[in-house]
Write a protein that binds this ligand. Structure first.
Ligand code: SF4
Length: 253
């Protein structure tokens, strides 16, 4: 499923409420630094000259959409879409524009970014994310081999340790998002719900102390056909030890 426009919705999001979505990636193909086995946009496609919207096009599309729905209050302007939004070279300027438009047209709405955390080595991306109300940053496993199986990073050198070092920049002022799943990829078992996986993941959460943890299951068709949805009771059981420590956990099933 691809989003056919720069701005889409508003839609009622499982995790965020009434959300006006912004897609900074091409409208005809997914472009991402990960190629997650559960990605609702499908697998990455080779694109020789990806056409990204310009900063001005994003500003105009967002302004028109906000002007068009004064009686339809939105909870959140969410950067997500057909890939990784922080890969856009003008991400900082776009976030600055978005915050200004939000202040002008819907001051109660939050600005949120769903990101896979791979661009946090860029200072401009960190600066942009600091301007947002919610930084929702992915860590699908605290074990390298599982992270590579689930997320299929384009940069094969990426490690969990590197991502965690980047996440520490926010000193806990972010939401950690993790998709839990089971499946099989080319004969290899994928399961980030085993006791070994969860022990490492709980340690990562402890060490990062995010202000919120968001865990979720697959909701739509996935490119890898073998993926199983984790039952709701098991998701609540995964959340429980964190809640016992007073951590705010959102479970989307
Ligand atoms: S990070 Fe998001 S957009 Fe990128 S492949 Fe994974 S699920 Fe898809």
């Amino acid at each position: 499923m691809l989003f056919p426009s720069i701005v889409y919705g508003p839609i009622r999001s499982r995790r965020l409420g009434v959300s006006l979505g912004v897609n900074l990636m091409p409208t005809t193909a997914k472009l991402c630094s990960f190629d997650c086995v559960y990605c609702e946009c499908g697998w990455n496609q080779p694109v020789s000259h990806p056409e990204l919207p310009t900063r001005e096009q994003v500003r105009e599309a967002l302004a028109s959409s906000l002007i068009a729905q004064p009686d339809n209050p939105i909870d959140v302007i969410t950067f997500s879409g057909n890939g990784e939004p922080t890969m856009h070279p003008d991400f900082l300027g776009i976030i600055q524009d978005t915050c200004a438009l939000r202040d002008q047209y819907c001051p109660n709405a939050k600005v949120s970014v769903l990101s896979n955390s791979t661009q946090l080595g860029r200072q401009d991306v960190v600066e942009a994310l600091r301007l947002c109300d919610n930084r929702i940053l992915k860590l699908d496993s605290a074990i390298d081999s599982t992270m590579r199986l689930i997320d299929q990073p384009v940069n094969h050198q990426l490690t969990v340790a590197q991502v965690m070092e980047w996440l520490r920049i926010f000193d806990g002022d972010f939401t950690l998002q993790t998709c839990f799943l089971r499946g099989e990829y080319h004969g290899q078992v994928i399961d980030n719900t085993t006791p070994h996986e969860l022990q490492a993941w709980y340690q990562a959460v402890d060490s990062l102390h995010p202000k919120q943890v968001m865990i979720y299951v697959i909701d739509r068709a996935t490119p890898l056909q073998t993926i199983e949805k984790i039952p709701a009771e098991q998701m609540q059981a995964i959340a429980e030890p964190l809640r016992d420590k007073g951590i705010d956990v959102i479970v989307s099933v």
